[in-house]
Design a protein around this ligand. Sequence first.
Ligand code: MN
Length: 137
Amino acid sequence: MERIPATSTTKATADWFTGDVYYDVIARGEEPSRIRVNTVRFTPGARTAWHHHACGQTLHVTDGVGLVVTADEVIVMRPGDTVWTPPGERHWHGAAPADFMTHLAMWEAPDPAAGLAETTWGDHVTDAEYDAAAASL
Ligand code: MN
């Protein structure tokens, strides 16, 4: 076995996130494992851009209040909640307007032979889209 040193916290890029978001890499599997686990911390109102994952993604909230949103559904996430987004399903996730939110993000990289991106990023979530989802709180 091997004790893995903690990595430093990284600020998520403004290319793919709105607001201040920080993540720590918890696990990054070496082939044949392709597991990916990050702790992601969102400040109030911060969120990802629209995106989808080639192999899907599991989100597990450890602190705060958050949102996971698809084109036709809003799920409010609280500590202990787990949400699965299937492969290819466009979505975004982030903190509620007046709360921090921390989640574990767990996904797999696709088989390199498949030639797919782990995560495919799209447009930023507009304030209007965010406000409409936050109305579910
Ligand atoms: Mn996602």
